[in-house]
Design a protein around this ligand. Structure first.
Ligand code: SAM
Length: 342
């Protein structure tokens, strides 16, 4: 149980000390889920096909509430915001929220994670509102397989990526969760595709969240990926740099760009973790796999002040674990990525 005294201790730290956790990690990055609804049905992201029950609209943070939270976070030293979901573009008037956040002093990096299906419609408005760049999830380049994996269509995703590029939402990063026996045969095609369109692709290890997909059967490590001949033909796999960022990059042999690898399972990047997450229903989480979260929505709706929000951020920093441990036994639907926000 967290005591209140250490919070007071943190509050006494002069502001130039920044906003750090117990292990000295500065927390400068807030990932905000604006909805737990999605227009796709990826089995690795939700509990089981169509079994996920989205939060009611009244439980979801309003844009003014998100704006208020970001203002307090920025005062504490958060400078980077990523908007995510669910699928953030299914939430109405997202450019309006982007405009509000981009106007907050101290926010210098504003990005969006999306499946890109609606980017054709919104890319220009998002860019005009102040969005700087996007990450697009794309797990297959085969239209039939894409439909089977996601329940969605590939063509609007490709059009969305083009629209983002035209709108200047660059550099574009593509994210692919590689899954054994599902899409691992496409790794070379995905690398070539990214290189052709001038984007950077990153391969993410499948995490054991609450999901409708058998993690043990389909998990593959980055080492498994790098052992592939078609990958070695394209990527210079000389020792990967070490560092504290979530992604490690290796250069393409063609000289045209690099490929990223995100290894939440085989090589945790907790040591340099600078992240906090805000769920669509107002939960503040300091670690993706840890179940603890603090409720900012109820705090604000019961008259909490900005100072109370600030204290909640400090408390969240205080309970941030040194290392995130994935709980294979947890059965809570709230541990799915669609609920937490990717
Ligand atoms: N809808 C947006 C998108 O498609 O990017 C944002 C939300 S989505 C949950 C964010 C990211 O989480 C996606 O790149 C997705 O592939 C990733 N993700 C979801 N479940 C995952 C899991 N079990 N393991 C690894 N990555 C996962």
């Amino acid at each position: 149980m967290v005591e209140t005294s250490p919070i007071r201790f943190f509050e006494q730290i002069p502001s130039q000390a920044g906003f750090a956790d117990r292990f000295g990690r500065k927390l400068t990055y807030l990932r905000i889920s604006v909805t737990d609804r999605c227009n796709m049905r990826c089995d690795y992201c939700r509990p089981a096909a169509d079994a996920y029950k989205a939060e009611s609209h009244s439980n979801i943070l309003r844009y003014e509430e998100i704006e208020r939270i970001v203002s307090v976070a920025a005062e504490l030293g958060v400078s980077k915001i990523r908007i995510t979901g669910g699928e953030p573009l299914v939430r109405r008037d997202l450019p309006m929220l982007i405009e509000k956040i981009s106007a907050i002093s101290g926010i210098t990096d504003l990005a969006l994670s999306t499946n890109a299906t609606l980017l054709g419609k919104y890319a220009k408005d998002l860019a005009s509102a102040g969005l700087q760049r996007i990450n697009v999830s794309i797990d297959s380049l085969n239209a039939l397989r894409f439909r089977k994996l996601t329940g969605g269509e590939l063509a609007p995703v490709l059009a969305g990526i083009q629209a983002a590029n035209d709108a200047g939402l660059t550099p574009i990063k593509l994210n692919t969760v590689l899954m054994k026996g599902i899409n691992d045969d496409e790794v070379a095609d995905l690398i070539d595709f990214a290189s052709d369109i001038g984007a950077t692709i990153r391969f993410i290890e499948l995490m054991p969240m609450k999901q409708g997909l058998d993690w043990e059967k389909h998990y593959m490590s980055v080492d498994d990926i790098l052992a592939r001949k078609d990958v070695q033909a394209r990527v210079d796999i000389s020792p990967m740099q070490t560092g504290n960022t979530a992604a490690r990059y290796l250069p393409l042999k063609s000289g045209k760009g690099e490929v990223g690898f995100i290894m939440p399972m085989s090589e945790r990047f907790c040591e340099g973790c600078n992240r906090l997450r805000l769920t669509a229903d107002g939960g503040l989480r300091s670690c993706l796999p840890a179940d603890d979260q603090l409720n900012l929505r109820d705090l604000m709706r019961h008259g909490g002040s900005d100072a109370d929000i600030r204290s909640t951020f400090l408390r969240s920093a205080l309970i941030k674990p040194e290392v995130g441990i994935y709980n294979f036994d947890s059965d809570s639907e709230k541990r799915s990525m669609i609920h937490i926000g990717g």
